[in-house]
Design a protein around this ligand. Structure first.
Ligand code: FES
Length: 109
């Protein structure tokens, strides 16, 4: 394990409301843009293990495409009973226009 950040995408590739799944060291991660703020969370809903990619991002929340449970993109916390298990979040930073994600640091920077 290391604290290395992995360069995954150009920030310009992700306009507000967009998200994209990336793979880092076996982690399936959803990188997204919530009103100009980038985030990285696990790309599996904790309700029934469905991908979150393509979920609507609004007001700091991402809605799972399958049943609509909403998760806070910063904390990973879900809303309601079906969202009681939080998403894992990943540390993310932007360096010279590139989004970088670490799989070793548990909290979003
Ligand atoms: S699988 Fe995501 S809300 Fe049910």
């Amino acid at each position: 394990m290391s604290n290395a950040f992995h360069s995954v995408l150009d920030a310009a590739e992700l306009p507000p409301g967009a998200s994209k799944a990336v793979q880092i060291d076996g982690h399936n991660i959803l990188v997204g843009n919530s009103a100009g703020e980038f985030f990285a969370v696990q790309n599996r809903c904790t309700h029934q293990d469905s991908p979150l990619e393509g979920g609507r991002i609004r007001n700091g929340l991402i809605a799972c495409p399958l049943h609509g449970v909403m998760f806070d993109v910063r904390t990973g916390c879900g809303k309601g009973q079906m969202g009681r298990v939080p998403l894992r979040t990943y540390a993310l930073r932007v360096v010279e226009g590139r989004i970088e994600v670490s799989v070793d640091m548990p909290l979003t920077a």
